[in-house]
Design a protein around this ligand. Structure first.
Ligand SMILES: [Zn+2]
Length: 440
């Protein structure tokens, strides 16, 4: 417990001193770790056995046993893998979890979500984001691409948690409190300040969608993202209604429309893309934009369509995976999102070979620089099979507990206990806050 307090103290100190730009090594316990008598699945899904060094820069090497390390972990009951990367979420929407159950997307937004969001304050966002980060850490995620209100508060909460984040400030013309003009002025202030140089946290811009932002807001958001070379994130082609409405107004489908106003560029995040034509896929590919598959949210909100992975792959679109907010998923657990993605693609295309374990794993961990360890004593991971051949499929389809999480040399979870956030305290704070949120 002593180490827990020390890590939190150093992170909080870094947080106060540097706002959102701490050193990567945020505690005295930061640095290379040696994990012995263990197994490791590398970024290419190769399974290795032995003693490994996990370095601060995210690389690993074989240990010879005499290196200077900050900690040695006897890891016989663990398997080391890359961490999960959640490419689309609204972290503080854990506040809305299990609210508006049974409503389809537009009704859910208009009747359940938008009215209550009028009472949103930085305090709600802070506790919501910390609770979301705690859930992500406990399930092995070390990066989130977030889109919500009060971006400074979100960034500071992620910083406290120790994981990486792209914090895209939500922009919407529909909102009565956070109008798009003030949101864009605020995000430009953040982007032009020195805070953007943070190693773990980046700011971006998140115009909500083509149905909640007018053309001027979409164009300004895109121009600002190009000016500051930051992430631009939008919901696109999530429902059939969005697509048919867009065609009625503009004579084009949403991705075509976004292309026609020069909105898309290299790295633009288009969440959902459940109702897109092959022509639109080619447009995404030509612009270097990403399509983020959010299969659980699409199913829970009865969107009727979800991203077609094989068609996107044929069109050479970069596909990423995300949970969406906990309000439309009930979970921020990328372990289950990876499983759901693989299952829905197989099911929808009548082809059990689509998104095999290796490809699913790469989709869910997408160039992760961080490491997690799983509890190999977990019965769900048995049998491992000869030479551990069943381990990777078991990790995806059977599940398992996450014991440790390492980000840039910092141990933000050890032996099943998150070091940077007290899960019990944040759970109680969230419980109390939710009562106030729905009273306001
Ligand atoms: Zn979303």
């Amino acid at each position: 417990m002593k180490m827990v307090k020390k890590s939190v103290h150093f992170l909080q100190h870094a947080f106060r001193k540097h706002s959102v730009s701490p050193s990567l090594c945020a505690s005295m316990d930061c640095g290379t770790r040696r994990l012995t008598k263990t197994r490791l699945i590398d970024s290419d899904c190769r399974l290795l056995s032995g003693d490994f060094l996990l370095h601060e820069d995210g690389s690993y090497s074989i240990s010879k046993g005499h290196e200077d390390v900050v900690e040695e972990i006897s890891a016989e009951n663990r398997i080391i893998t890359r961490s999960f990367q959640n490419w689309h979420t609204h972290s503080a929407m854990v506040l809305n979890k299990s609210f508006g159950e049974g409503l389809p997307l537009m009704e859910w937004l208009e009747r359940a979500i938008f009215p209550v969001e009028k009472g949103l304050t930085p305090e709600f966002v802070k506790i919501g984001t910390l609770a979301a980060a705690a859930e992500m850490i406990s399930s092995g995620t070390t990066f989130a691409c977030d889109m919500y209100f009060f971006p400074e508060t979100i960034a500071n909460s992620y910083l406290e948690s120790g994981i990486r984040a792209k914090v895209c400030a939500a922009v919407s013309d529909n909102d009565e409190i956070y109008d798009s003009k003030s949101a864009l002025i605020n995000i430009e202030k953040l982007l032009s300040s020195e805070q953007k140089s943070s190693d773990l946290i980046e700011f971006g811009i998140g115009p909500h969608s083509i149905y909640s932002c007018d053309e001027e807001t979409l164009i300004k958001s895109s121009e600002l993202s190009k000016k500051y070379d930051c992430t631009l994130s939008i919901h696109a082609s999530e429902t059939r209604k969005e697509v048919t409405d867009c065609y009625e107004i503009h004579g084009m489908y949403p991705i075509e429309y976004l292309d026609s106003i020069d909105f898309l560029s290299e790295g633009t995040i288009c969440a959902h893309c459940g109702w897109v034509t092959k022509k639109e896929m080619r447009i995404l590919s030509r612009n270097g934009a990403h399509a983020v598959h959010c299969p659980t949210s699409n199913q829970k909100l009865a969107c009727g369509g979800t991203l077609s992975y094989p068609a996107m792959k044929d069109a050479e679109v970069s596909v990423l995976l995300g949970t969406d907010g906990a309000a439309s998923n009930n979970s921020l657990d990328m372990r289950s999102e990876a499983k759901t993605a693989s299952l829905i693609q197989k099911h929808d295309h009548w082809d059990a070979s689509i998104l095999n374990p290796e490809e699913t794993w790469k989709l869910a961990t997408n160039n992760s620089k961080d490491w997690i360890t799983w509890d190999l004593d977990d019965i769900r991971l048995r049998p491992w099979g000869e030479g551990g051949s069943r381990l990777l499929p078991n990790l995806i389809y059977s599940g398992g507990d996450i014991l440790d999480v390492f980000v840039s040399g910092n141990a933000i979870r050890r032996n099943g206990i998150t070091q940077t956030i007290n899960e019990r305290e944040i759970s109680e704070e969230l419980e109390n806050l939710v009562k106030d949120y729905y009273d306001s």
